[in-house]
Design a protein. Sequence first.
Length: 64
Amino acid sequence: MVFLYIGLKHGSLSSVMTIAFCLAPVVSAVLGYLVLPERLASLQLRGTVMCVGGAALVSRFRTG
């Protein structure tokens, strides 16, 4: 939550919210894999990579 408010203070609402809500499932999947004995299917791994790539594109080409 702290990082969300810092991002909102320094960035535009559309790019910060896109990155925050895109990366929330990624963080959950990674923590589930590292902390809990969860296995990730190939579809989940591809989705995680696509979310990270989309967040990178949003932060790279953001307007404002």
